[in-house]
Design a protein around this ligand. Sequence first.
Ligand SMILES: [Zn+2]
Length: 196
Amino acid sequence: MILPIVAFGDPVLRKVAEDITPEYPKLDTLLENMFETMYNAYGVGLAAPQIGLPIRLFMVDATGFAEDEELDEAQRKQLQGMKKVFINAKIVERDGEPWVFNEGCLSIPDIREDVFRPESIKIEYMDENFEKQVEEYDGLAARVIQHEYDHIEGILFTDKLSPLKRRLLKGRLANISRGRIKVDYKMRFPDAKKIR
Ligand SMILES: [Zn+2]
């Protein structure tokens, strides 16, 4: 089932999300629905707050990047395995020179901006079977994970832009909150006028 994606301005995107337990109701269905929602919107990642749930859960599928011939062999190999679910994740180390990449977000349609993030991370999390994993990622894989991880910390990529850039985007962001945008997937807008 495709779920509506919450748009910029909704308070749920600003919450520090809570851990869940293996007893979380209908987790399998939730994961299935989130993957379907992500693919339907051509996203490479989706975090639970983006479908309105303030829980520490996100998923990525960056396997499409593995085809990118500009990336080196090690990167492509890492990206091949990058369809993953991260539950109760905690980034325990960030390292390396920050580098820039043009990011977008399913909750902020039509806006793409250059964002700096550290090169590598070490992350502890539970996989979809609630087995503990500790892994290190770098490059594009680390990039995608850090973007989704920010969502469960209540952070959006627009927070990382310069004050000037943020000021320039203010009007467009307000329009997104009001639903005054064209978007070809289902969304929920916090400031949309209620129609009776
Ligand atoms: Zn996002």
